[in-house]
Design a protein around this ligand. Structure first.
Ligand SMILES: Nc1ncnc2c1ncn2[C@@H]1O[C@H](COP(=O)(O)OP(=O)(O)OP(=O)(O)O)[C@@H](O)[C@H]1O
Length: 331
């Protein structure tokens, strides 16, 4: 894939939160995102997978510049936006969109759907009143909330979770962004509508050539909805690869453990992915030296416990951050 398709580049990106310990205690740093590097290409979807607390939401919000990075570099379409002040980021807000997990929490309950969809257009001074009305109705049609007049004047509480998530998708796309983050967009919805919503997002993403970051706990849906998978563990991306490559050839012991949770019809695979390591993710205030997965890893050596592994490219586009694949640890 050519370099000119790259729209977003993260280099050693970090986001640490300063939190107070107790009433009279000092402060500590929660290293929620602790040095991740990757590229995102135009029109491609990435699934960001990892267990709770691994830093997925923090990465999504840092990418959207809802958080300012603590360190590292973030470049969008060739412009360094790492520390650009909020008031100079209006153009970036227009280029990006967010779909959150809880559609009810994400919508102002006092606005009707028409107003909710018109608001981003007003904020960004897009179109006349009539043109905006056309855009709002078209957006409702695109997310298949039809007849549009039936939905436009309802309030959020009058819609089902699935219908409201369609509104959230319409709102995220109404400014025609080139990058959208969807943070667990279906995990709070009824199982019966999840695939419908994911398929709708995928269709719109492909049709509009949007780059998409799909945050999920669920590896089993990723093969249908993304070109790439990034696996996060304790603030790091421990493995990233094209979706098919990663599912065919998972290398990091943590990825293999996650895949063991997917029911696999192939009995060979069922045997292969048995070794789910017990234990908890490490503290992000005092992460262990060396590889953060070492305390849970069945293959950990003394080096893994003392030195942070480099990220190596083991086959084209397939990166893994593990001493098992960095050469010397094999000995
Ligand atoms: N605003 C904040 N202030 C302090 N700590 C935070 C803040 N936001 C997140 N964290 C901490 O950063 C770590 C990563 O959180 P994050 O929400 O990014 O993980 P996640 O992988 O998205 O988890 P989940 O799947 O549960 O949403 C957690 O330890 C969390 O408690």
């Amino acid at each position: 894939m050519s370099e000119d398709k790259v729209i977003l580049k993260a280099e050693n990106l970090k986001k640490w939160f300063t939190v107070r310990r107790g009433l009279f205690g000092g402060t500590v740093e929660v290293k929620a995102l602790d040095g991740v590097s990757f590229e995102l290409r135009a029109g491609e979807a990435v699934s960001l997978v990892g267990e709770s607390g691994s830093g997925k939401t923090t990465l999504g919000k840092t990418i959207l510049r809802l958080y300012e990075p603590t360190d590292g570099k973030l470049v969008f379409k060739g412009r360094d936006i790492t520390h650009t002040p909020e008031k100079e980021l209006m153009w970036y807000k227009r280029e990006t969109g967010l779909v959150q997990q809880d559609p009810y929490g994400a919508m102002p309950s006092f606005m009707n759907i028409y107003r909710i969809l018109e608001e981003p257009l007003i904020i960004h001074k897009v179109g006349s009143k009539e043109e905006r009305a056309e855009m709002v109705f078209k957006a409702l049609e695109e997310v298949r909330l039809t007849p549009v007049e039936d939905f436009a004047y309802k309030y959020p509480h009058m819609l089902s979770g699935g219908q409201l998530q369609r509104v959230a998708i319409a709102r995220a796309l109404i400014l025609k962004p080139s990058l959208v983050v969807a943070d667990e967009p279906v995990s709070m919805l009824d199982a019966s509508v999840r695939v419908e919503i994911l398929t709708l997002m995928r269709d719109l993403q492909e049709k509009r050539n949007i780059s998409f970051i799909y945050i999920t706990h669920d590896l089993s849906t990723t093969r249908y909805f993304s070109e790439w998978i990034f696996i996060m563990y304790a603030g790091h991306i421990v493995e990233r690869a094209p979706t098919k490559t990663l599912l065919r050839n998972p290398l990091h012991p943590y990825t293999r453990a996650l895949l063991s949770a997917i029911p696999d019809p192939d009995p060979e695979n069922r045997k292969r992915y048995r070794e789910v390591p017990p234990g908890e993710p490490p503290s992000l205030v005092n992460p262990p030296p060396g590889c953060r997965f070492a305390p849970r890893c069945p293959f950990a050596t003394s080096r893994c416990r003392s030195e942070d592994p480099p990220e190596v490219e083991v086959e084209p586009g397939h990166y893994v951050k593990c001493w098992l694949f960095a050469g010397e640890a094999k000995a």
